[in-house]
Design a protein around this ligand. Structure first.
Ligand SMILES: Cc1ncc(COP(=O)(O)O)c(C=O)c1O
Length: 404
């Protein structure tokens, strides 16, 4: 893209090559369309790239969150801590199970939930509310890693389970306090991690998600829940006939159809093969943005990298003081769109959504509200060039200098 190019640059999109199309076409010519050998291949590769013992793919990131909550046995009367800044699915999943959520505030500079935010939340809870907390869901927002070790320390002390929402963070790496290196998804500090493969994420599957974990029992439970709670393995049948018939199955849990299809898995498997190059490209584009935004304007600051984390950024977010610039955000977005540049806001604080205001009343989470007031996601996807980044920043520079 150049400044004169009429081609619209969206804030996010997939990159599908001919070999991805071939991989899907091959499945379409074969015998398995629903869950089959490609799903297994995808899961094996995902396990390898996350460093987890088990990976279970499913129909979406939302399904993955729901499966993870169900696998922990979260239900009515339980509460789960979630950050006020995330996609709504993070908060909705515990509600699907009949539980309630407690919204933690976040760091207005990064959008991430910190250990201190959880401590502040706990300080205002009654003993009954404290007793009802079963889990916490930190979100690795934008691909950066939350204060996961510190949050895990609180969770372990309190006896809570941890599901990390890593929907943005496939390919990110971080160091723990001992200097050990961890791949996002290795579940070193969590019971489970969840991923989304929606087209704007690091790899695209159309729709798709996954849960990683290191515990065989958790994995088996996830697998049952993904497929209607149906068990076919003769060794695991509860009321087994003496010689189980080949058609025999038992419904052991109330599960769902959250299965992944081989069609989607073929695309996901092909895309995972390019993960290293996708990661490198995202690093390159992010570094270019960071360099070009340095010193551009005191009123525009990129969300900084978390120390010790080499993030594969899913989103490139700048925090803009719109009142100080004298340009309201909707105007700024409109001026970018007029220059063929897409942008988006991630996210509206979940506690301010009408559904949650009706449910829990008006809540104040100042860090989240401050972050939301300033956040703007700029184009970041692997089909972009470094020149596209330079063009986006040049156009923003023009807008800031009043030339729009
Ligand atoms: C942080 C986060 N969690 C969960 C989800 C849900 O994923 P999916 O759209 O695959 O259901 C998303 C997707 O946008 C997300 O960004």
């Amino acid at each position: 893209m150049t400044g004169k190019d009429p081609i619209y640059l969206p804030y996010g999109r997939q990159l599908i090559d001919e070999d991805d199309i071939q991989a899907v076409a091959e499945v379409l010519r074969g015998d398995w369309l629903t869950t089959g050998p490609m799903v297994k291949k995808f899961e094996d590769r995902l396990r390898d790239v996350t460093g987890s013992c088990y990976a279970l793919s499913c129909s979406s990131g939302t399904a993955a969150l729901h499966l993870a909550c169900m696998a922990l046995g979260i239900g009515a009367g339980d509460r789960v801590i979630v950050p006020a800044i995330s996609f709504v699915a993070t908060a909705n999943a515990p509600l699907f199970c009949g539980a309630d959520v407690l919204f933690s505030d976040i760091d207005p500079a990064s959008g991430l939930m910190r250990a201190q935010d959880i401590r502040d939340l706990m300080a205002n809870l009654s003993p009954d509310e404290m007793r009802s907390i079963k889990a916490v869901i930190p979100v690795n927002l934008l691909g950066e890693v939350a204060e996961i070790e510190e949050i895990a320390a609180i969770a372990n002390e309190q006896g809570w389970k941890i599901i990390i929402d890593s929907c943005h963070a496939l390919g990110s790496i971080y160091r723990d306090r001992q200097g050990g290196s961890h791949l996002v998804g290795d579940c070193h500090f969590a019971d489970m991690e969840v991923f989304s493969f929606h087209p704007v994420k690091t790899i695209a599957m159309g729709e798709g998600g996954a849960v990683t974990c290191n515990d065989r029992d958790v994995y088996d439970r996830l697998a049952l829940l993904r497929n209607h709670g149906l068990e076919r393995n003769p060794q695991n049948l509860r009321v087994a006939p003496e010689t189980p018939a080949p058609w025999y199955y038992e419904m052991q849990l109330l599960g769902y159809n959250y299965r992944q299809s081989d069609i989607h898995a073929a695309l996901g498997f092909s895309q995972l093969g390019k993960l290293s190059s996708f990661i490198e490209k995202r690093h390159l584009l992010t570094a270019k943005y960071d360099r070009l935004f340095g010193g551009l304007s005191d009123h525009i600051r990129p969300v900084p990298a978390v120390p010790g984390c080499r993030a594969t950024r899913h989103l490139y977010v700048v925090l803009i003081d719109f009142p100080a610039l004298g340009i309201p955000r909707h105007d700024f977005v409109g001026r970018l769109a007029a220059r063929n540049i897409g942008s988006q806001v991630h996210y509206i604080p979940i506690h301010t959504q009408p559904f949650y205001v009706d449910k829990y009343g008006p809540l104040s989470r100042p860090g989240a509200e401050d972050y939301y007031a300033r956040a703007l996601s700029l184009p970041l996807h692997v089909s972009m060039s470094e020149d596209d980044v330079a063009c986006v920043v040049a156009q923003i520079s023009d807008i800031v200098r009043g030339q729009a």
